[in-house]
Write a protein that binds this ligand. Sequence first.
Ligand code: LFR
Length: 496
Amino acid sequence: AGARVHAAVDLGASSGRVITGRLEGGRLHTEEVARFPNGPVPVPSRGRDTLHWDILSLYKGVLEGLRLAAEPHGGLASVGIDSWAVDYGLLDGGGALLGNPVHYRDARTAGAPERVFEHLPAAGLYAVNGLQVQPFNTVFQLAAASDDDQVTALARDLLLIPDLLGYWLTGERVAELTNASTTGLVDVHARAWADVCLDVLEGPFGVPVRRLLPRLVEPGTVVAPLRRRDAVGSAAGAPLVAVGSHDTASAVVAVPAATPNFAYVSSGTWSLVGVELDAPVRTEESRAANFTNELGVDGTVRYLRNVMGLWVLQECLRAWRGQGRDVDLADLLERAAEVPALSCVVDVDDPRFLPPGDMPARVAAFASETGQTPPADDAETARCVLDSLALAYRRAVHQAADLSGRRVDVVHVVGGGANNALLCRLTADAVGLPVVAGPAEGAAVGNLLVQARAVGEVEGGLADLRRIVADSTETVLYEPSGPVGPWEAAQRRLRR
Ligand code: LFR
């Protein structure tokens, strides 16, 4: 009786959650039933520390969350899983996990893109996969792991993180397309594995990737029912739907836009900034700007840039807390709001900000190198990071519009960053456009709606799903409060 309940598993880089959703009267009602921590775990191997994910603890959190989600309803109408992209687990011939998945921020990929480009030049690769160059793209991770016999000899399957969890829950091995498109191994035009990319890994690098990759499925495919009543209770039997299993793909589904002329900031550990298109942009200008064409739900393309995101602030907090200081985020943001705007800016996209480490020191070093006075305390550092993020959003929104020809009238912020009022206000000021913030659980909302549609509970295209999001979310509107001149000037300071 009553509405049918769906469960979204959404795994972010700093936490995982299970969120239920039910549709009633054209609205989606969501409830968070479980949240568990996530983060990189350094483990000594081969004479250094390798960063891993704690995949088994995530799996445990997922099982427990699904059990809790199903219990009050005696079952679930469907389940979908999304997570960060690019990372994978390897299975041996008996289906056992080989090793613990490596974290994309691990240093093993240093120099790997260049080694791949010796065999397939960057321009040739972009023409096929349309993907930005990030050292952690799966293609480069595999090239970096080509001396690892787990990959070259023992592995029989490579499953991206959501697909790996899906396999453990159902026994089915698939590669969901939106996430697969971040590997660098997919032909963005054909929406299929790309032979030229597979050839490079198999030839010069000796990685038998064709043997490892499962069949691709489009988002919206019903994969198989959940097994393991012992572990998931009454969630057993619910169909697992391959949603936009890349968290960013699901988050973009949940942009409550009423017009096609929008840009989005999917704001979590990363900020993914761009527009939604019908076809990829693979021009030389686009490649030079390191814009990516990731595949989206319903045949769309997510044309965007990775901006380093709230990671930089999260790492600052970790550094301060590591020094024994009890810094509260809400209090920090309040004090940061009092710091004069644009006193100091850094290029958050500088690769030095990618690995974990002493972020306040890196921010200060960047400021000194560009002839600016480094932030003097935690509030000034936080303000510098937020101003710098807004400045990066400004660059990315304008570039996305210019490079794609898509007009942008409004910027939608979805994901946890939608709750950061200071950052949203700065974004409106920097971009010079209205910002609409919410939903904060964008990835889970997009995940839930694609499930509901796959099992026949709603109909329609993305515009219809987005109307449901708009009707179900209390968004906050931020209008620009002044001219963009100071932001242009700050941008010039970075170029020095
Ligand atoms: C965001 C995200 C980004 C991807 C990065 C690494 O959570 O999925 O889209 O570039 O994580 O996987």
